[in-house]
Every structure is written in C-alpha cells, then in structure tokens.
Design a protein around this ligand. Structure first.
Ligand code: ADP
Ligand code: MG
Length: 389
C-alpha cells in the first residue's frame, strides 16, 4: 500500500476578502511545483514553519487542475521536451488512480481538514461542470474507461459499477442510500469475512450505469445525510461520508474486483475550544478518536510498518486501511485565514508526517484477483448488468 498526502489551500470567500491571510504555498513560480506549506509560528510571528507534502495546490487551483494535477506550469510544459518527460508535467493526484483501479488495486481518497476549509467542495463540488469535485470526476473517468474496455474487447470483458454510500456518525454506520426514516438508532453492524475483510452488514449496493444515474443517486443520498443530521440537531460536518465504488471486471471465468473509496471526513477542529454540551462532546470524542486512528494508520503505512492499527476505529476497519494492496491519497484542505491558525497548525502536524513517505510507484504491477463469489454486503439491489454502451 502506498500513501500520498497533498495539501489544498482554498481561496478567500467574498466575505473574507479583507481578512488576514497567513498560509501560503512555497515556491509557486513558473516551472516549479510547490510541495511546501508555510505558516507563522503563533508564538513568534517572525518565525515560519514549513510542512512538506507530495504536492501543494494553491488558492488558484481549479477543480479540474486538482483532479488531473496539471494545474500550474511545469518544467518543459508546452515544449517539444514535454513528450519525453510526461512525468515531470503532472503532479499526479486523483485521475492517475484510474489506471491502478482498473488493474485491480483498491484506491482510497480522503479529504481531511477543519470545517469550512473546502473538503466537501473538493470531494463533491458544485453542480456546474467546472465546479464538479473529485467524486463526480472520478465516476466519469470510471464510466469512460469501463466503456472503452468493453468496446476494445468487443464485449469479452464486461465492466460493472456498483455504489454504496454511508456515513459514520458517533461511531455508528448509517446507509445513505436509504431514507433517514429507515434508520435504526444503533446503525448497521460490521461483519468480518473469511478473507479478513470487514463489511457493513445490510448495506445497500446500487448498480450504476452512467454519470446521470450516479448524480441522481448522489444528490438524493446527500439530502438524506442532511435530513438525518438535522433530525439529531447536528450538522453533517460531524460525520464521515464514505462513497464506495465497486468495480467488477469479468472476462470468462476471471473476475477482477476493486474498489474506489472517497471519504469526506468530519471536521478536524479542536473540539475543546468549541461547543461543550453533552451531545457535542460525544460527537467530538468519536471524531477525535477516528481521525486519530486514521492519522496513525497513514503514518504507519508511510513508514512501511508491518502492523497498521486499522482495527482501532470503525472507519479504518471498514476501509481495511493498511490491509489491502492499494493506494491512498489524503487531501488536506486548508483555509489560509488567521482565524483558523491553531486548527490549521494541528492538521498540518497530523498530515505532514507524510513527508517521510517515500512514494512507492506501483503502476506497472498488475494484480489479478480471482474473487470467490461471497454474499458480502447482502444489500438491497446488486448490479447484474454491465455498463450501458
Ligand atoms: P468543509 O466541507 O471543509 O466544511 P466546504 O467545502 O463547505 O468546507 O467549504 C466552505 C466554503 O468555502 C463553501 O462555501 C465552499 O463553496 C467554499 N470553497 C471551498 N473551497 C473552495 C475553492 N477551492 N474554491 C471556491 N470556493 C471554495
Ligand atoms: Mg463539508
């Protein structure tokens, strides 16, 4: 398993234009990619801390650029040399995950950060084409590639896409593809499978034939998330939302199954300084614990440890983080404002451990998984048809 961590600094909102900006991407000059975030030491403003990442996307980075990671000018860009050095032109982030996903690797993309820093914007984005976030772009790429494979193999290989979407709130799992009325307070149970994976029992899976299908489902599910949170007098930023895209490629008797998971995490703000009524404290404890375990897992994977503490929270357990072969990308969302100073520092501290991470390139490896048919998920509907041509 390999991990990369990138940081994205959001632009100022209209109402923030007069506010103090203290976070910047270092070295954003023509021909250079930034990999460093700078922020003042709150105890001594003359001093600046630096945090290194696999890539840093500044305020001007568009949704498209973040997805394709071809945002800022790179060495040799637009020159004859560019075809010889394609690697140098792309700061690879999300789109390049499509290839390993189709090769059978599991990919996981997290958005981590304080509430208001752009996690939902990054993952979901807006409805306009240019505003679309990582998730609809990823799905669009999956459908396009899937159709191409079916066409190129003249139907010998079929590609099916099924979706699950759920949230983890107070360490309980709720299906977002089901209306909130159908929720039981205790949430859905987890079940360990013979192959060592943990699955959510009773989670629905829906077949998805194209981007239109997906968007309809996704909008409805996100409405479910908001309605459910409102009922609890909570906010949807207090839960982790996990979209799981299961890809099944079948050629004769060989079935290759892989999943892409996209997670809009609960806000990482320091909850000691916010509300402290009882409900919120319970929420905070659950969020803090799961984010802590997540960072420990990312850390351990980055160090190449044998033992990844993924069993210690529901989220990391369900994602089998560290257990399966795959690629994990964490997008650290940052707001550049002074009002976020301490929270920004704390999330930089958590994520920047990744600077020790040597990115292990794996894209030339091919894995064929002979997947035994299990009754995992036992959901409402399962895909039987391949993608529509
Ligand atoms: P979070 O999910 O982390 O709480 P949001 O995604 O809701 O944060 O972002 C907070 C606000 O900032 C929203 O109004 C969002 O539209 C805006 N925003 C975040 N990132 C960007 C960006 N890159 N470009 C433009 N607006 C953004
Ligand atoms: Mg959000």
């Amino acid at each position: 398993m390999s991990v990369r961590v990138v940081a994205r600094i959001r632009p100022l909102l209209e109402k923030e234009l007069d506010k103090d900006v203290i976070v910047r991407a270092d070295g954003v000059e023509p021909g250079k990619h930034s990999t460093v975030v700078k922020i003042p030491n709150p105890k001594n403003e003359a001093e600046e801390f630096s945090f290194a990442f696999n890539g840093v996307y500044d305020q001007a980075t568009s949704q498209e650029a973040l997805f394709t990671a071809e945002g800022s000018p790179a060495p040799f860009h637009g020159t004859a040399l560019s075809s010889f050095f394609p690697r140098l032109i792309t700061r690879r982030s999300v789109q390049p995950l499509l290839k390993p996903l189709f090769q059978g690797y599991d990919v996981t993309i997290f958005a981590y950060g304080v509430t208001g820093t752009g996690k939902t914007h990054t993952m979901r984005g807006g409805l306009k084409l240019a505003d679309r976030g990582v998730i609809p772009r990823l799905l669009s790429g999956v459908f396009r590639r899937g159709k191409k494979i079916m066409k190129d193999t003249e139907g010998d290989t079929t590609v099916r896409v099924t979706l699950s979407y759920y949230e983890i709130y107070n360490d309980k799992v709720y299906d977002l593809l089901e209306p909130p009325e159908k929720r039981t307070p205790s949430g859905l149970p987890l079940r360990a499978e013979a192959n060592g994976r943990t699955v959510v029992a009773g989670l629905s899976e829906r077949a998805c034939g194209d981007l239109k299908d997906f968007e309809k489902m996704y909008i409805e599910a996100n409405n479910n998330r908001v309605t459910a949170a409102t009922k609890l007098n909570a906010h949807s930023s207090r839960s982790h939302a996990i979209l799981r895209v299961k890809l099944t490629q079948t050629t004769g008797a060989t079935v290759r199954e892989s999943t892409a998971s996209a997670i809009d995490l609960a806000g990482s703000e320091d909850n000691r300084r916010t509300d402290n009524d009882k409900e919120r404290l319970v929420e905070s404890a659950a969020i803090n614990k799961s984010l802590f375990v997540l960072s420990q897992c990312i850390d351990a994977i980055g160090r190449g440890d044998k033992r990844i503490p993924y069993r210690e929270s529901k989220m990391t357990r369900i994602l089998s983080l560290g257990q399966n072969k795959g690629i994990t990308v964490m997008i650290l969302n940052l707001a550049p404002l002074r009002s976020y100073h301490l929270d920004t520092l704390s999330s930089l501290n958590v994520s920047s451990r990744a600077k020790r991470i040597e990115v292990r390139e794996i894209e030339n490896e091919v894995v064929f998984k002979q997947v035994p048919r299990t009754n995992s998920g036992s959901g409402t509907t399962t895909a039987r048809q391949p993608l529509r041509p």
